[in-house]
Design a protein around this ligand. Structure first.
Ligand SMILES: Nc1ncnc2c1ncn2[C@@H]1O[C@H](COP(=O)(O)OP(=O)(O)O)[C@@H](O)[C@H]1O
Ligand SMILES: [Mg+2]
Length: 219
């Protein structure tokens, strides 16, 4: 199963979602996490430095905390500018054959890499923050999904209350991740917040929400 995390707005929590979903899912499943954002946020969240070399898609991976991470690399920039959507879709699907769940993090736009990641997906999940621009972005995503004949689920990030927005192809879950310093602290250390909680805190605060999200997405 391929799970793509998408929202063309930056800073809404795509990378945070991809990283934590992959980590909680890896407790019971064989999980890959593919960084399709040339900026490499997912790779960084797992403590992986930027790689200046080029690889084919799926050409290099490292197992960290039980998740098979496919880090960002220079080749992604070329694919973004001159890659064929179909070729990228096939490469993602090929890579995903070796895993029960493949989580894909995408760049903050609807360019070639993001569109290919959406087409390859069996499930699409979109984090949305309670800001007008983020909601506008998910409305655009909704029209894009309609033209692709696909559906997505959305949840609210950085808020105590879940947003309620009626759209055709994006279903808003009654699920929200509150604002927490835990995310910045853990990402600075290069570990997913859910991993950080497991090691450092007696009582988890956010892991439960990602477990719930993982359950909704994979059921
Ligand atoms: N619920 C949250 N509370 C506080 N900070 C968060 C939360 N979710 C994400 N962040 C932080 O917000 C920033 C942007 O998140 P990120 O996942 O990188 O967004 P995107 O991938 O959509 O650009 C990061 O520094 C991340 O640690
Ligand atoms: Mg990101």
């Amino acid at each position: 199963m391929i799970v793509t995390v998408i929202n063309q707005k930056g800073g809404v929590g795509k990378t945070t979602t991809a990283v934590n979903l992959a980590y909680v899912l890896s407790k019971s499943k064989n999980v890959a996490l593919v960084d399709m954002d040339p900026e490499g946020g997912t790779s960084f969240s797992f403590g992986i430095r930027r790689d200046r070399r080029e690889y084919p898609l799926g050409g290099k991976s490292i197992n960290i905390f039980g998740v098979e991470v496919f880090p960002a690399h220079l080749g992604l920039l070329k694919l973004e500018l001159s890659g064929e959507v179909e070729e990228i879709v096939n490469a993602i699907r090929k890579l995903a054959e070796s895993f029960e769940v493949t989580v894909v993090d995408t760049p903050p736009n609807l360019g070639t890499l993001a569109v290919a990641s959406m087409i390859a997906a069996d499930r699409i999940v979109s984090p949305v923050t309670p800001q007008p621009l983020a909601i506008e972005a998910v409305r655009n995503l909704d029209s894009r999904l309609q033209s692709l004949g696909k559906g997505a689920v959305a949840f609210t990030n950085m808020s105590k209350r879940a947003l309620e927005v009626e759209l055709r192809s994006v279903k808003f879950l009654r699920l929200s991740v509150p604002q927490s310093r835990l995310f910045t602290e853990s990402s600075r250390l290069g570990v997913p917040a859910s991993r950080y909680e497991e090691v450092r805190l007696k009582r988890p605060k956010v892991t439960r929400v990602y477990e719930e999200l993982a359950k909704v997405i994979t059921e």
